[in-house]
Design a protein around this ligand. Structure first.
Ligand code: MG
Ligand code: MG
Ligand code: MG
Length: 305
């Protein structure tokens, strides 16, 4: 059995990508099953329900198993026993993260906005039809990862493939589905601070320092007005618990096109140097910032050097 699985704290690209990859592999004659490493977030739940897809099962240990990695390529986002898994393939759109394998493997990594964009190209390469509902879900994954084409990570290939998927799914107004999805994502009432911090959270090793970066993408930042103090207190607590050097929480306003960044850090100088900003009241505004991958990590990591 081949398992297809996205990263820890799975997002929609990881969940839908695992399902699409399992479907593709099964069509190619490889017995495959989509699984996930963590809880399904509200956006992914919305997509699964909308397109009548079954949620992948939870699986956190892969020792001795065949694994196709989806939407990540490093150890920190993988299962704890990733070193003991047999990695047969990677489909991803992130920087290389230092994976070592024991056998040759299939690698599909390109600088596009979404792993599902590349998975669609794999379907085309193998000449396999994508079912209508799966195409709709893959389209949503692209709209999510590219913030409805606004993110600097979005390429012409993503928009082209997203439109092709919309056509297969029989969907005309895909941008309004994208907005609906981001409204679901913006529902933060009654959710604990910790749950919000960890909803889309990634750990990084930056020159030996542990750095955690969470991101919440919403249509209107004012929903955090009442919650911000609690969120700041929580990332400070999390930093201590994790023994991290820095925890950042990006509150991204997809309409205003920028991020209010909440900061808990032992390296204030590094943070201020990274973007040439001043942190005041444990936060700063980063105009134009929508992408952790392109506008946060490539600035913060070298500042630690
Ligand atoms: Mg992802
Ligand atoms: Mg992705
Ligand atoms: Mg994302």
């Amino acid at each position: 059995m081949l398992y297809t699985c996205g990263h820890k704290t799975p997002d929609s690209d990881s969940i839908i990508g695992a399902i699409a990859m399992a479907y593709l592999q099964n069509q190619l004659g490889v017995e495959a099953k989509a699984v996930r490493q963590g809880q399904i977030n509200p956006e992914s739940k919305y997509i699964l329900e909308k397109f009548d897809l079954e949620a992948p099962e939870l699986k956190t240990s892969f020792a001795g198993d065949d694994l196709f990695m989806v939407d990540y390529n490093n150890y920190t986002e993988g299962p704890d026993d990733l070193k003991d898994a047999n990695i047969v393939g990677i489909v991803d759109h992130h920087k290389l993260g230092g994976i070592v394998t024991s056998s040759p493997l299939e690698v599909w990594i390109r600088p596009v906005g979404c792993s599902n964009t590349i998975i669609k190209e794999m379907f085309d390469y193998h000449n396999i039809q994508i079912p209508q509902n799966l195409a709709g879900a893959m389209m949503c994954a692209i709209l999510s990862d590219t913030v409805i084409f606004k993110s600097p990570t979005c390429t012409k290939i993503d928009t082209k493939i997203c439109k092709e998927l919309a056509t297969i799914a029989g969907i005309e107004d895909f941008k309004s589905i994208g907005m609906e999805m981001f409204k679901v994502k913006s529902a933060v009432d009654g959710v604990s601070a910790r749950e919000l911090v960890l909803r889309d959270f990634k750990n990084f090793d930056m020159y030996g320092k542990k750095v955690g970066i969470g991101q919440l993408e919403v249509v209107d930042l004012s929903i955090f007005d009442e919650k911000k103090d609690e969120l700041i207190a929580d990332i400070k607590a999390l930093k201590k618990e994790e023994g991290a050097d820095t925890i950042l929480l990006l509150l991204t306003d997809i309409m205003a096109m920028g991020s209010q960044i909440l900061v808990a850090t032992d390296s204030l100088d590094v943070i201020e140097k990274a973007w040439d900003i001043k942190v005041e009241n444990d936060q700063f505004w980063l105009k134009g910032c929508l992408s952790r991958k392109k506008q946060i990590v490539p600035f913060l990591e070298p500042a630690y050097k």
